[in-house]
Design a protein around this ligand. Structure first.
Ligand code: AMP
Ligand code: TRP
Length: 343
């Protein structure tokens, strides 16, 4: 059997679902962090197509959407020579570990998952069983590589807590202290929770029926400028105190987006634009900044997507590298469970 990978060696894992177009929340909450981390630790970035099919995906679209997420990773700056980038379904070990974890996680734990409640809505009994057990597959994604750090937006906090609960229960039940790490979520940062442009209390989301609520990674300069011009604000001018933003969610969100993109603090943004009406110079400057940052990304995505076979080759090479790590960890896990012929 291959040498065990020390549980404590730092390793990053994260994933994005190929279930629709990416938006500014995905970019700031996830992609920007992916790029920064690849210079610091070993990183695996997955396109989680097994997760995507927990809700209906048109088979004709799924492959295209998978390539689109991969292209977005690369266009944002993820380097496939450094980070391991692959499609989840190409590494069957994910589903196998998820089954074992289905038998570790408790129903009561899953009953508390907010995202399931949000996504299943009023018709829980008509949701797929996969949607219910989705967070267990997510724990398997992470622990299959004994990943120690997971960069995600704030909405994934509860799933990361569940991942730790599953790791701890597995380690305890199978007398394997320290076998799976207690993975840390990397959530902090100004882009951890980007809100809708139409409602400062709702998160920016691909499932929002209004396209005006979000900036898509593929929006052109005119679309971005129009959406920012129409972004909901209140009638007061931007103030120069951070305290004042707390009660003004739409203003807070726009200032937060500006800060995340420019690398400034919100206080610095207010020092420049405070005291003026939103339309005077803040909104135009924000639109310019968004175009400056996002248009090279969408241009590069278009370039990469013109050659889908090359994306498929890169993903296939990534899957091989991922399996080389996953295989031994799954084999050790199966041996701990008591499966004959495992390790
Ligand atoms: P999803 O598109 O749901 O697969 O999410 C992909 C990544 O983007 C995850 O890390 C999410 O936490 C993150 N994310 C999604 N929406 C937002 C948002 N509005 N603000 C910040 N991060 C987000
Ligand atoms: N649930 C995550 C989301 O909706 C996607 C995801 C699946 C993920 N597996 C993961 C994120 C593992 C981080 C690590 O955004």
């Amino acid at each position: 059997m291959t040498e065990a990978i020390p549980a404590a060696s730092p390793r990053v894992f994260s994933g994005v679902q190929p279930s629709g177009a990416l938006h500014l929340g995905n970019y700031l909450g996830a992609l920007v962090k992916f790029v920064a981390l690849q210079h610091q630790m070993e990183c695996l970035y997955c396109v989680v197509d097994l997760h995507a099919i927990t809700a209906w995906q048109d088979p004709k679209q799924l492959a295209a959407q998978t390539r689109e997420i991969a292209a977005a990773y690369f266009a944002a700056g993820v380097d496939p020579a450094k980070a391991i980038v692959f499609a989840q379904s190409a590494v069957p070990e994910h589903a196998e570990l998820a089954w074992i974890f289905n038998c570790v996680a408790r129903l009561g734990w899953l009953d508390r998952m907010i995202q399931f409640k949000e996504k299943s809505g009023k018709h829980k009994e008509r949701s797929s069983v996969g949607l219910y057990t989705y967070p267990v597959l997510q724990a398997a994604d992470i622990l299959l590589y004994k990943a120690t750090h997971v960069p995600v937006g704030e909405d994934q906090k509860q799933h990361l807590e569940l991942t730790r609960d599953i790791a701890a229960k597995f380690n305890h039940d199978f007398d394997a202290e320290g076998f799976f790490p207690l993975t840390e979520a990397l959530i902090e940062g100004p882009g951890a929770r980007v809100m809708s442009l139409r409602d400062g209390l709702a998160k920016m989301s691909k499932s929002d029926p209004s396209d005006q609520s979000r900036i898509n990674l593929t929006d052109d300069a005119d679309a971005i400028a129009g959406k920012i011009r129409r972004a909901k604000t209140d009638p007061l001018p931007l103030s120069d105190s951070l305290e004042d933003l707390k009660a003004r969610p739409e203003a807070d969100n726009l200032v937060g987006i500006y800060a995340a993109l420019s690398g400034e603090t919100k206080a610095q943004v207010l020092a420049t634009y405070g005291g003026q009406g939103f339309g005077q110079s803040f909104k135009p400057a924000l639109a310019d900044l968004l175009v400056e940052r996002l248009s090279p990304v969408s241009a590069e995505m278009r370039r990469l997507l013109a050659d889908p076979a090359e994306i498929d080759r890169t993903l296939a090479a990534g899957a091989l590298r991922a399996r080389a790590i996953a295989g031994p960890i799954l084999a050790q896990t199966k041996a701990k469970v008591g499966f004959v012929g495992a390790a």
